[in-house]
Design a binder for this molecule. Structure first.
Ligand code: SAM
Length: 346
């Protein structure tokens, strides 16, 4: 379906969302029925060489206990996840020098990926470890990774520069996304809603960029300040300064627009959505999301993956809270399935 710029702006600004959410729900049910796919999130390292102004695991944050999980611990997480019905494992982390884009770093990561694939051949491995060379993405693909999450963060060069230090570039981020696609990964792009300096014009630019990229997965969630980051420290002064309710509303509207424009996309109802509102994740599903990513990371480590403040990692957010999660999802009119949950053809 096509939506004009005017129509998208109307949807983003309008106060009555009933029509928008109903259309998004109709489309997701047409393609995916009432199925909700699970991804087991393993936050395997909080070391990061980057210094994104918004992110709590940025290199410059010294008020954080750093950790990285070893292969055996990661495999244990997968075993527990498999028993609980997970058929996709998402390895997410900072741009950790130990796993860096180098022969040694690639070897370490490839070994983890191929060990997971070897033990769980009926499962998919998704990586979310940031920007790397095309050769590195290729090696990880050859090791068995088939999906890659790399939010583009901002399609507007100006906004991208506001959010990142000068050594990071939108150009390289885009190069990575296109390399991943060409290699054959299912690719996920996305952004934070309500990031400092972001306007709805920027969101429109993001939508148009994603229509060119045609990602298989789209991850969006509200920006949430983290006190030990440059933006967190100055959050009161941040340009747009949306409050939690406004961020929730805008995220849900964007989710619904994305479902309408990308009927086949796998779209998670994110932890950040659940963090700003107790009903956030269920509302996300009702607005068109069809994926949930409970946390399989060992509890002691989870507490240090503080990309933003008050990040949820217990209750229905955690793998241990599966019964609660299933109940919440059923109450919203959907059904969690034990399935690898691949994207349906475009
Ligand atoms: N290093 C990888 C990368 O850059 O893609 C993956 C880890 S990174 C922490 C995962 C995502 O967390 C980012 O793409 C960003 O959108 C999100 N994130 C970071 N800080 C956040 C914040 N303060 N609020 C909401 N989301 C945030």
């Amino acid at each position: 379906m096509k939506l004009s710029n005017e129509k998208i702006m109307q949807f983003l600004h309008k106060t009555d969302d009933a029509e928008l959410f109903a259309e998004a729900d109709r489309i997701r049910r047409e393609v995916y029925g009432d199925e909700v796919y699970l991804r087991g999130l393993i936050e395997f390292t909080n070391y990061c060489a980057n210094n994104c102004y918004y992110c709590g695991i940025r290199a410059g944050n010294t008020r954080l206990d750093r950790y990285r999980l070893d292969k055996d611990t990661i495999l244990d997480c997968c075993r527990a996840g498999y028993d609980a019905g997970f058929r996709t494992f998402v390895l997410q982390g900072g741009e950790d020098p130990y796993f860096a884009d180098s022969t040694a770093g690639d070897d370490r990561l490839c070994d983890i990926v191929s060990s997971i694939r070897g033990e769980f051949p009926d499962c998919a491995v998704t990586l979310s470890v940031g920007e790397r060379s095309r050769e590195s993405y290729r090696r990880l693909f050859d090791a068995g990774a088939r999906r890659y999450l790399l939010r583009h963060e901002a399609a507007s060069p100006d906004l991208y520069r506001t959010l990142h230090p000068s050594e990071m570039s939108l150009e390289n981020r885009m190069r990575c996304l296109y390399d991943l696609k060409e290699i054959g990964y299912q690719v996920g792009a996305g952004l934070m809603v309500g990031a400092p300096g972001q306007t709805t014009d920027h969101l429109l630019e993001d939508i148009r960029f994603m229509q060119k990229l045609q990602p298989d997965m789209i991850g969006i969630g509200p920006y949430i300040p983290q006190a030990d980051t440059p933006f967190g420290r100055s959050s009161a002064k941040c340009a747009q300064g949306l409050d939690k309710a406004q961020k929730l509303q805008l995220t849900l509207r964007l989710l619904a627009i994305l479902r309408i424009l990308f009927p086949y996309a796998l779209i998670p109802s994110t932890t950040a959505l659940g963090t700003i509102d107790p009903q956030g994740r269920v509302l996300g599903l009702k607005a068109g999301a069809n994926v949930i990513m409970p946390n399989l990371t060992p509890e002691a480590a989870r507490a240090n993956y503080t990309i933003y403040d008050n990040k949820l990692f217990t209750g229905a957010e955690s793998a241990e809270g599966m019964d609660l999660l299933k109940r919440q999802v059923a109450e919203a009119g959907f059904r969690i399935v034990t399935d690898i949950g691949d994207v349906k053809c475009h």
